[in-house]
Design a protein around this ligand. Sequence first.
Ligand code: GUN
Length: 295
Amino acid sequence: MTQAEVIDGKAVATSVRDEIQKRTGALFDSTGAKPGLAVVLVGEDPASQVYVRNKEKTASECGFHSVKHDLPADTPEADVLTLVQQLNEDPAIHGILVQLPLPSHIDESKVLRLIKPEKDVDGFHPINVGLLTTGERDRAMVPCTPAGCLVLIKRALKGALSGKTAVVIGRSNIVGKPMASLLLQESCTVTIAHSRTRDLPSVVRGADIVIAAVGRPEMVRGDWIKPGATVIDVGINRIPAPERGEGKTRLVGDVAYEEAAKVAGAITPVPGGVGPMTIAMLMANTLTAARRQLH
Ligand code: GUN
């Protein structure tokens, strides 16, 4: 039985961050400015708090100017919009990230549309979505998770993506749709599958590249995977782990890892696969935003 190559997202993310740190130093030498990232968190969602803390920590490690705005869950929508407007006008801030989900009384799309497209390091503004789908990647901000997945896929396949079949499971604006656009631009034949897809296992069996982004623990089984396929697991699901003791939990992806690793050519682990790449790509986007705004 062969065993898939494990795609070490943590190691790739470290090398991306090292490169960003160097380029940040060079930018400072030529302009006297540091890339500035503002992260806005509304409410106390524990998962969001962990993500935001990681983003802040990594930004500081990269040598960025980093500010965090922690707002209570009952903050009026108007106050969030005012803050975004202030950050839009702040010359020390080159990237603005509003952590999602927002509390239900705040119109997410209204907030995201207010962020200046050139400061939209999440790539969620309709202008950036449009630039990505029309193939103007060089002018767009590309959403961080799919951008990170693409880096890992390119490494695993040594750049040979053209003509490959890819199945993206999940049609979210954050991952599924932009992932499909990126793979299409790499000349893959792309299928977007979702909860209404008929006979998902056979759709997945046809794919050279599988991206699982559905948020359902271990849904993709080993016998769905085409032998030798590249499997990218975007899921981060916490499930009970009674074998580790009472009340204990563990993290699993959307792919049944042990099964899939026996069939795939290469696979990302959870944790240590896509997760670290998302944050690294956020730093890359912030540096890109700063360079575009400072030059
Ligand atoms: N919530 C979950 N993923 C993301 C992300 O990539 N960006 C933001 N802003 N919020 C998120």
